[in-house]
Design a protein around this ligand. Structure first.
Ligand SMILES: [Fe+2]
Length: 379
């Protein structure tokens, strides 16, 4: 799983991997180092007696947001880290991997038992950053007039099913993760939620449908927009999804490609998704409706593997949620304000990382993720 991170970006140049395109995105090189630092700080330093620090200065550079683990280099300046060089980051990764392997194979059983959940967390964290590396490099290269193809990834070309609705009777449903398999803490505790009868769209909204919203003047009809959304449209000059180009093409990881009218629309903010839903007379699903429908006997198409789907749910703790003790308590809990939940997974999500209870979250104006939408309506 760790090697997959390196393979994923092997075709990028050292220059590609150093630059930061905006404060929200991080350089590839930083992602590669940060995921290694996570193993060092959470697994090796506290639990592996044989670990010798690779470079004591790295903690400051590659700690992302863990207040309890010391001072940090400012996030907007991650692109200034021309040193350490990429080769040093690869050496750091190798040293961490070797130390974790030694720890797994040679540590006393009681030491490993304490740390095993943290190793597992580190691997799922690694997978989260694999997707972020792709979203961030896509944003970086979108700013290059040469419009280079970053990577050879499968194109999003799933034909859309005929639009329709999957009805749900509502009532009490179980929401959240339970059982022994891995889940992030924000998916717990499992709890009961009461739903009104609703219907969820059987597929994602397509490029062709979103084009009709644009053609109808969707971006200029104030009545469709949340107040903050309209302000974002006017300030940023949004007129189409982030990577649409004027000639009927769009910029992707594979470079510029013709826009497929039947492919899911992507790189929308929550505000745009909500305005589109308003234009159709439908609405966005809550995260609970999404989870109940996807876990039900007739799950909708395109739940996973195309685009993350904005919901109408604020990213809040589930009832009786308590962050874990120690540094990993900062992993999710402290971000539960001012963000919106997205469900499903995207073309950039690693295989096996998605599940029906997974809660992704971003600020409502975020557009550089692989984010789209599916509609819901009341019954
Ligand atoms: Fe991270």
């Amino acid at each position: 799983m760790r090697d997959a991170s390196v393979r994923l970006v092997a075709s990028l140049s050292a220059e590609d991997q150093c630059v930061q395109s905006m404060p929200d995105a991080s350089p590839t090189k930083w992602h590669l180092a940060h995921t290694s630092w996570f193993f060092e700080a959470v697994v090796l330093q506290p639990h592996a007696r044989a670990w010798r620090c690779f470079d004591a200065r790295f903690a400051r550079l590659f700690n992302s947001y863990y207040e309890s683990l010391g001072p940090r280099h400012p996030r907007p300046q991650r692109g200034m880290l021309t040193r350490p060089a990429l080769a040093e980051i690869h050496a750091y990764r190798k040293a961490v991997d070797a130390a974790v392997a030694d720890f797994i194979h040679e540590s006393p059983a009681q030491d490993f038992a304490r740390a095993a959940p943290l190793v597992e967390l580190g691997l799922h964290h690694e997978q989260q950053h694999q997707e972020l590396m792709l979203t961030d490099i896509l944003h970086l290269l979108s700013l290059n007039p040469l419009r280079p193809a970053a990577l050879d990834v499968p194109a999003l070309r799933r034909p859309a099913a005929d639009a329709g609705w999957i009805e749900h009777p509502g009532g009490e449903v179980g929401i959240g993760h339970a059982g022994a398999a891995f889940a992030f803490d924000n998916e717990t505790p499992r709890h009961a939620v009461r739903l009104q009868p609703f219907a969820l769209a059987n597929r994602l909204v397509t490029n062709g449908e979103y084009q009709r919203f644009i053609d109808d003047g969707g971006y200029t009809q104030p009545g469709l927009w949340l107040s903050d959304g309209l302000a974002a449209v006017q300030t940023a000059g949004w007129r189409a999804p982030l990577y649409w180009l004027d000639d009927g093409t769009e910029f992707t990881l594979n470079g510029v490609v013709p826009r497929d009218a039947d492919a899911p629309v992507r790189h929308l903010s929550f505000y745009e998704a909500a305005a589109y839903a308003e234009w159709t007379g439908a609405r966005l699903p809550t995260e609970f409706e999404w989870e109940a429908a996807v876990s039900g006997p007739t799950p909708p198409a395109q739940a996973f593997g195309d685009v993350w789907q904005w919901t109408r749910s604020s990213y809040d703790p589930y009832p009786r949620f308590r962050p874990a003790a120690g540094a990993i308590g900062e992993y999710n809990g402290k971000f539960m304000v001012g963000q919106i939940v997205l469900r499903g997974s995207s073309l950039a999500t690693p295989e096996g990382h998605a599940r029906a209870t997974y809660r992704n979250f971003f600020p409502p104006a975020a557009r550089w993720q692989f984010s789209g939408l599916r509609l819901a309506q009341d019954l």
